[in-house]
Design a protein around this ligand. Structure first.
Ligand code: ADP
Length: 664
């Protein structure tokens, strides 16, 4: 369960782009190298083909040359034999025919006499030269040249009958004298047709061209459009700029090679495509990882900030995870707890049996859903009360892998509850005494007044008696007043008595102004000590109230005391306490206004709760009693915020005779 801390999130994008760029570069380079290799291979092949072509052309040129030379030699031999033989006509006929048969390129062989007149010719007298422009007319006299040189001479090719021919002149000497001339007419087409083998024409186009580049003869089975590679050698004999031009077909890349190139390109494309797809996937994964990391960080932060202890166990009861709050609670480190089997180090040895029982229940899935309380022991031996909730732990595949428990240290809460309970008990027992005491203490002030009056009347009477200078009427009057004061004191004591015994309060008509003055009179000394100035704001009329004067005074005293205490922090010049009275809708409304600390909302909610007090020595019963008294008088009691800062306590009281208000 302890998941590794997330790695720095910032480094992932750079890493991923490199991770993707490298294979792309490598694949690109590989493809480029493969293509270069294939190109080199093809280039090599081209070179080889070129070399073969040159060799073949040279071979062809050589074989043509040999052939023409051999023709020339045969004719020279014939020339010699003709000079020596008597029956030269028959010899010419036989030998010339034989040559014509074995050399299909020979179109015509003529035997001329020394003046150029034909003595014999095979076949017949018809020569291709007939109809063609005679070399002599073109300014070329091969006959003469051969005669002068005394050796065979080739003529310039000439066109005739739609093809090209050339002649070979062989002088015939009898002794030292020229007796005639053998003229062998060669057909160029016949020559290449005879001498160029089949395989040559399968491979190449062959052209015999003249010095101006015009084709005189050709042999080919190839399509000229595709031809690119060519080689040319001069054809000598017959010379005159005649040349053999051989053109090879373009280097044909083999099907296998084409297939390999196609496959390489296809595979490279596939690799790029898969890299592209992988990039998408990777981005997806990185985004998911990032989200997971944030989620993990968020959860970890949440877990760490929890002050509830979390503890996970597998199905065998082995602890697999604890959060920092749990470690802090028990005092054991995560290392000590993870992997532990029951009894766990934080189990309370004194409560081992019950703890184990509950533990087994949890593992059996029978733990109470509302949680259970247990006492655990910290590492330092201290025990604490824990509230434990257990929930099944389900993994990502939906399998139940263990139990997750949340543990709350409720020692403090329990202690507070206990304390509260004890306090409540005590307070309940003393509340009545407190209320009584409070009442008694305030009323004791009131008692002082009649008692002081009694004392002073008494002293006056005694003084009069001692002086002897008195009239019975004077003494009577004083004694009567003395009696009245004694009655008032008695009344007060009776009220205290009544209040303590919770007997019904006595409702009687009373003057609000008098009540307020009385209350201010009681508190004045207290206010002066705290530099609080008390103001009354009363209407001019005197409405009689139907109320228990002592109780209403008690309410006012309470509110005024609270107001004075609340102004403890107020600057002295603002320590103003206003008691305001007004009449609305048949009720009298009294407002006690201070510029004190004001009451926070949280305090306001609990204001009337018995024994609620924010003061260190406060009883917290005052407001509660006030409200009870006002409600008893069928009035309302509430609190408002003073807009100028501070608090306003308001209560209403019914008028005694609303229908007969006293006019001022
Ligand atoms: P006690 O005066 O003994 O605390 P009370 O019931 O009279 O009990 O008052 C309850 C609490 O209400 C006080 O502790 C005080 O916090 C608050 N309180 C009462 N009157 C005022 C006031 N005028 N200004 C501010 N707080 C007040």
């Amino acid at each position: 369960m302890q998941i590794e801390a997330p790695t720095a999130a910032a480094k992932t994008p750079k890493w991923s782009s490199w991770y993707l760029t490298m294979p792309k570069l490598a694949v690109g380079l590989l493809v480029a190298l493969l293509i270069a290799l294939l190109w080199l291979l093809q280039d090599n092949e081209k070179e080889e083909q070129r070399a073969t072509l040159i060799a073949d052309v040279l071979w062809l040129e050589q074989s043509i040359r040999f052939h023409l030379e051999s023709n020339s030699e045969q004719l020279q031999q014939l020339a010699l034999d003709l000079a020596r033989n008597d029956d030269s006509d028959a010899l010419f006929d036989t030998r010339a025919r034989h040559m014509m048969r074995t050399n299909p390129e020979l179109a015509h062989i003529a035997w001329l006499d020394y003046s150029g007149v034909t003595r014999g010719a095979i076949p017949g007298h018809v020569s291709p030269r007939q109809g063609a422009t005679a070399p002599r007319e073109r300014g070329e006299d091969h006959f003469d040249l051969a005669r002068k040189l005394g050796k065979p001479v080739f003529s310039r090719p000439f066109p005739a009958q739609g093809e090209s021919f050339f002649e070979l002149y062989i002088p015939v000497y009898r002794g030292n004298e020229l007796s005639g001339m053998l003229v062998a007419t060669h057909s160029l087409n016949g020559l290449i047709g005879h001498l160029v083998p089949w395989w040559f024409v399968e491979k190449y186009q062959l052209h015999v061209i003249d010095d101006e580049g015009a084709t005189l003869a050709s042999k080919s089975k190839l399509d000229t459009a595709k031809a690119t590679l060519s080689h040319q050698v001069s054809l000598d004999p017959p010379g005159y700029g005649l040349a053999l031009r051989v053109i090879a077909n373009r280097v044909t890349t083999s099907t296998a090679q084409n297939l390999i190139i196609t496959l390489i390109i296809f595979l490279a494309g596939a690799v790029f495509w898969s890299l592209w797809a992988m990039r998408g996937l990777m981005r997806h994964r990185l985004a998911a990882e990032q989200a997971l990391r944030s989620e993990h960080a968020f959860r970890k932060a949440m877990e760490d900030s929890l002050n509830t202890g979390m503890r996970a166990r597998d199905l065998t009861g082995r602890i697999t995870y604890v959060n920092p709050a749990f470690c802090e609670m028990t005092g054991f480190s995560a290392g000590e707890l993870i992997g532990a089997l029951p009894p766990y180090p934080y189990w309370n040895p004194e409560d081992l049996e019950r703890t184990r029982e509950l533990h087994d229940k949890v593992l059996d899935g029978l733990a109470p859903a509302q949680g259970f309380e247990l006492r655990f022991r910290r590492r330092n031996g201290e025990t604490f009360d824990a509230l434990v909730y257990e929930a099944p732990l389900i993994d990502a595949d939906g399998r139940h892998t263990g139990w997750m428990g949340s543990v709350l240290d409720i020692t403090e809460r329990k202690r507070a509850e206990e304390l509260n309970r004890q306090q409540e008990e005590k307070l309940q027992a003393t509340s009545r005494l407190v209320t009584m005491g409070e009442m008694a203490s305030t009323l004791a002030h009131e008692l002082n007044q009649p008692l002081a009056a009694i004392s002073s009347y008494n002293t006056g009477c005694l003084n009069k008696l001692a002086s002897g200078n008195f009239t019975p009427a004077e003494l009577h009057g004083a004694m009567e007043k003395l009696g009245l004061q004694a009655q008032r004191a008695g009344k007060i004591i009776r009220r205290v008595h009544d209040f303590v015994r919770k007997s019904e309060p006595k409702l009687a008509e009373c003057d609000l102004a008098e009540v307020i003055d009385d209350a201010i009179g009681f508190i004045e000394h207290f206010a002066q000590k705290r530099q609080v100035h008390i103001e009354r704001e009363l209407p001019g009329w005197r409405h009689p109230l139907l109320a228990d004067q002592v109780m209403v005074e008690q309410v006012l005293l309470n509110l005024m005391r609270n107001a004075i205490e609340a102004m403890g922090e107020t600057v002295p010049e603002r320590r103003r306490l206003v008691v305001q009275a007004s009449e609305h809708d048949g009720v009298i409304e009294v407002r006690v206004i201070d510029n004190g600390s004001g009451i926070a909302d949280a305090v306001k909610e609990r204001l009337f709760t018995p024994f609620f007090s924010t003061k260190p020595d406060g009883m917290g019963m005052g407001l509660n009693i006030c409200r009870s008294i006002i409600e008893f008088h069928k009035g309302r009691f509430w609190v408002e915020d003073n807009p100028g800062g501070g608090t306003i306590f308001v209560f209403t009281l019914p008028l005694a005779e609303a229908e007969h208000p006293h006019t001022p």
